[in-house]
Design a binder for this molecule. Structure first.
Ligand SMILES: Nc1ncnc2c1ncn2[C@@H]1O[C@H](COP(=O)(O)OP(=O)(O)OP(=O)(O)O)[C@@H](O)[C@H]1O
Length: 950
């Protein structure tokens, strides 16, 4: 049920495609050219779709430069693997049927000999060449369209095809029969259904192969002889059983038997009389085609003679037989003969129309209750011998549509189908119950031809119809091939119903029997292009395998109705079936039943759609959850990696910051030490000079406040040497820095910030001192100078702060330059800037130091004068608390070293006490390129590490 609905769904989806193809084909057929060349075959008339559909290879031939050519798939040479021929060699292609083990459809090629006339016309150009029994080589002759295409580089001019067996011009009818049909006859007698059809361009020898001439009897007479030879003594004599519908048998009553006998005798007598008449007169007969009274069927007695004179007594025609037949079984042989002319079916065994009633009766194609197509009202005649059968065939042949065309003076203008049904009658069965039927059909297809070659309108119409039906046959075979080779894809609709021919033959392609193809070609150079197309078509047929039986349309509908209403409508269906015995077409269903079937189908479609939606939703959900899982996993992985990286970076930079901090601390502390030393040295010198100049009137003054710890008498310790040593140490430590410039600069910046904070603190401290030093009015005059100095000192400090800020900015710029990594030049520039700033800073410091020295001196003076004042005011009285506290601190003398650094006197905390040095302060000298950063820079440039950092 589900599969049925699926089939219908597929049918609905594909209908539009099929319709498009049909329209396209109709449009093409309307064009004057029937057969197209290699170049046009991608969308051309008769064979183009079949050829172009071969695995879509035709399209590639014209796209690519290699121009692969399609060839035949060889069933015998390469039984398991289809091949695709290319110019350079053979490619192997796999397909689904390889594994199925099914037998391939047999395709036999027959090459007819050239006639003397054709040879005289120069038709013999060696364009057809049988390489071996299975391989055919086609070489494009000079003037062929294929050769022209080849010269333009759009198609190859050599083609290779492979067949089940190739029969050359020298092959006799007997040999060809044994190769192709003998086995089929045997199968039919065993109860199988077989079809043999001939295919080829006009005048290629199809009719000759099927019927033969003179002593060269064709396949059909040989098959007839063979059948009766084998059934000798096993014939069911009575005429009481008749084949009806597609594969059924009807028991005849006596009157019907009588009627059948009369009909047969009449036909046989007719043949005898017509033969005697024809022998007396050479007459030309013409009768109506059945369409608008136009005369299209014409034949002459002389044309008939060839086939009439087929000799059934030829040597080797008779074979001993009877082997393989079921024991005790009797056989009844019935024959029919009809043609498909301009898409109408005509019974060829019907009495020829009288001169008054020239219109022939058309037959209807119907389906039996199982959906198998059959020709309604077709004449079936029981025959008791091969001669009788042959005579009947002759009658039919006389009625067949032939015409003289420019290629064939006796060209078949229709597809003719001669069928032989063999009833396998069990002698003990009542009324023929249990009788089996097997069928052998031989179809002589009309030859394909160029429509434009036909000068008469009627011939052109015939040619169009012939080509259309052949094209449909090609499409059916291609669709079957595609369905067989691509089982994973939804099955393609096989367009059997698109032509009468394919509908009649449908059963043999759908598993009701087996088919075999005979491809006829003539080696004429003038018909090379058409021959090539015919061979391309046959190449597809060779890829077919014999498939299992498939369900037909009526059977579909019946099963649908049964499934939908199993109980309710069982009885009605049975009635329907019984009624439909005589009419197996889809019309056997009334509209109600069809509507019911449609409802069932709709429901099924709905159900399928729901199922599909559910499946889709499930799949989507699954996909979503899987995607989410993947994303979450990726997220986790990423954040883990990020954390690791961050930790690594943190660690790395912390290390670097530590290193830089250490080195900077070391550098600045040494620098400060040097300054302290300088200050101490200066103070000592000052003290010395004052000591030599001043005569102290009072008790010795307390030790200088700012350098109580300085041992003034300490001899100088070769400051230049020491300083040089320290500086070299510093430079060495700087040069060993492995920090990148960015990190280093940030540390410098941090350090500068710290210095700035310290300076601010010291300024505040200085202010406090200033407050303390605020004396009463009389002392104001004395302290004014100190105040000014202090102010200057403060200004110097402010200047220092500003300078430090600039340094910081310079460092930031340098850092940015480093981060951007825009090149060593910019970095160097930035560092130079920073260097300059530091030089300025140095200068400011020098000035500040000078200012401070002056302040110190002033302070000392003030202290002295204050001490004098206090002594004058109150001798022995304690000093003012604040002052005393301060003095007390100063008085602590050497103990001051043990105080907390914050509690130390300002200058000492700012410039920690160092061993005095006699070195002349470098700060007094103008700033030189020997600044700290210049040194760092130079050391970096000099050391390999420094160079590497740049
Ligand atoms: N194998 C053969 N040996 C000798 N003559 C042949 C052979 N095959 C065909 N012929 C001759 O070639 C001519 C054309 O053959 P035939 O009428 O069978 O062609 P056709 O394919 O049936 O043509 P159309 O499609 O037009 O009916 C006939 O005269 C026939 O006798």
């Amino acid at each position: 049920m589900v599969s049925v609905a699926q089939d219908y769904l597929v049918i609905y989806l594909q209908l539009s495609t099929v319709a498009t193809q049909v329209i396209a084909m109709a449009l093409r057929l309307a064009s004057p050219g029937g057969l197209l060349s290699d170049e046009e075959e991608g969308g051309a008339a008769v064979f183009e779709s079949t050829a172009a559909d071969v695995g879509g290879l035709m399209g590639t031939r014209f796209r690519g430069a290699t121009m692969p050519e399609i060839s035949l798939i060889s069933p015998s040479l390469e039984p398991q693997t289809p091949q695709r021929e290319t110019k350079s060699g053979t490619e192997r292609r796999g397909s689904a049927e390889e594994d199925s083990g099914s037998e391939r459809v047999k395709v036999y090629l027959r090459i007819r000999p050239l006639t003397e006339t054709e040879k005289d016309k120069g038709e013999q150009q060696g364009c057809v060449f049988a390489q071996d029994e299975e391989t055919l080589i086609l070489r494009a002759p000079k003037n062929s369209y294929n050769m022209k295409s080849s010269e333009r580089g759009v198609a190859p001019n050599v083609h290779k095809f492979t067949f089940s067996q190739i029969s050359g011009p020298e092959t006799s009818q007997q040999e060809f029969y044994e190769r192709s049909m003998k086995e089929m006859v045997r199968d039919v007698l065993r109860g199988e259904n077989r079809l043999l059809y001939t295919y080829g361009v006009t005048n290629s020898g199809k009719t000759y192969t099927v019927q033969g001439t003179g002593r060269e009897a064709g396949l059909l007479p040989r098959a007839l002889v063979s059948v009766f030879q084998k059934l000798q003594g096993r014939l069911h004599g009575a005429l009481d059983l008749k084949p009806v519908l597609c594969q059924e048998v009807r028991w005849l009553n006596s009157s019907e038997v009588r009627a059948e006998e009369i009909r047969r005798d009449h036909l046989l007598k007719e043949v005898e009389s017509s033969v005697s008449q024809n022998s007396r007169h050479q007459v030309s007969v013409s009768c109506d085609s059945g369409i608008g009274g136009v005369s299209a069927t014409s034949y002459t007695a002389s044309q008939m003679e060839d086939s009439d004179s087929v000799c059934l007594d030829a040597d080797g025609l008779y074979h001993s037989g009877g082997e393989g037949l079921e024991d005790g079984m009797r056989f009844s042989v019935w024959v029919s003969f009809f043609e498909i002319y301009n898409e109408f079916l005509y019974d060829l065994l019907e009495a020829p129309p009288s001169l008054q009633h020239r219109k022939r009766t058309t037959l209807r194609l119907c389906d039996d209750r199982h959906g198998n197509p059959y020709v309604r009202d077709l004449t079936w005649v029981q025959v008791r011998s091969a001669e009788e059968a042959w005579k009947i065939l002759k009658v039919g042949r006389r009625n067949q549509s032939f015409a003289c065309t420019h290629l064939n003076h006796n060209s078949s203008r229709s597809h003719s189908i001669f069928s032989m049904r063999i009833l396998h009658v069990h002698p003990e069965s009542e009324c023929g119950k249990g009788t089996r039927i097997s069928e052998l059909s031989v179809c002589d297809l009309a030859g394909s031809e160029r429509c434009k070659d036909q000068r008469s309108g009627e011939r052109m119409k015939e040619a169009n119809n012939i080509n259309t039906s052949l094209h449909t046959l090609g499409r059916c075979i291609t669709a079957l091939r595609n369905n067989q080779s691509n089982r994973s894809r939804p099955p393609q609709v096989v367009p059997f119903r698109d032509s009468k021919l394919t509908r009649v033959l449908q059963g043999f392609f759908s598993g009701r029997g087996r088919s075999c193809m005979v491809v006829n070609i003539n080696p004429c150079a003038s018909t090379y292009d058409e021959t090539l197309q015919a061979l391309k078509f046959s190449a597809i047929a060779t890829q077919l395998v014999h498939g299992p039986a498939t369900k037909t349309r009526v059977a579909y509908i019946l099963s649908l109705l049964r499934e939908a209403e199993p109980k309710l409508n069982d009885s009605s269906l049975i009635e329907e079936e019984e009624e439909s015995d005589e009419e197996g077409d889809i019309t056997m269903f009334d509209s109600e039943a069809l509507l019911r079937a449609i409802d069932v189908l709709k429901g099924e479609v709905q159900r399928q759609r729901q199922q599909q939606e559910e499946v889709e939703a499930r799949v989507r959900e699954q996909v979503c959850s899987e995607m989410m899982e993947i994303i979450t996993r990726m997220e986790t992985d990423f954040s883990e990696t990020l954390d690791t990286q961050r930790a690594l970076m943190d660690e790395r930079y912390e290390n670097k910051i530590d290193n830089l901090q250490k080195s900077l601390k070391r550098y600045y502390s040494q620098e400060l030490e040097e300054r302290d030393e300088q200050i101490a040295h200066l103070t000592a010198q000052l003290k010395e000079r004052r000591g030599s100049q001043d005569v102290a009137p009072v008790s010795p003054a307390p030790a200088p406040a700012l350098a109580p710890e300085e041992p003034p008498e300490e001899p100088p310790k070769e400051p230049p040497k020491q300083e040089g040593l320290r500086r070299s140490r510093r430079l060495a430590s700087c040069s060993t820095l492995s920090m990148p410039p960015a990190g280093e600069l940030s540390l410098v910046q941090g350090e500068l910030e710290r210095c700035r904070a310290e300076l601010l603190e010291k300024t505040q401290e200085l202010r406090r001192y200033q407050g303390l030093l605020c004396l009463p009015a009389p002392t104001g005059a004395l302290t004014n100078a100190v105040d000014r100095k202090l102010e200057e000192g403060q200004r110097g400090l402010r200047q220092l702060r500003a300078d430090l800020q600039r340094v910081g900015m310079g460092l930031q710029a340098a850092e940015r330059a480093c981060c951007r990594n825009t090149g060593g030049e910019r970095l160097r520039h930035a560092l130079n800037m920073a260097d300059e700033t530091l030089a300025k800073q140095d200068q400011s410091l020098v000035e500040l130091q000078n200012g401070l020295l002056l302040v110190k001196m002033d302070l000392r003076k003030k202290t002295d004068s204050l001490a004098q004042l206090q002594t004058q005011r109150a001798p022995g009285a304690p000093p003012t608390p604040g002052f005393c506290r301060k003095r007390g601190c100063e008085g602590a003398g050497p103990n001051a070293e043990n105080l907390h650094p914050e509690k130390r006197p300002f200058f000492r905390s700012l410039f920690p006490a160092r061993t005095p040095s006699k070195k002349v302060p470098a700060t007094l000298a103008p700033s030189s390129p020997n600044t700290p950063y210049a040194r760092v820079l130079r050391s970096r440039q000099q050391t390999p590490l420094g160079r590497a950092n740049y």
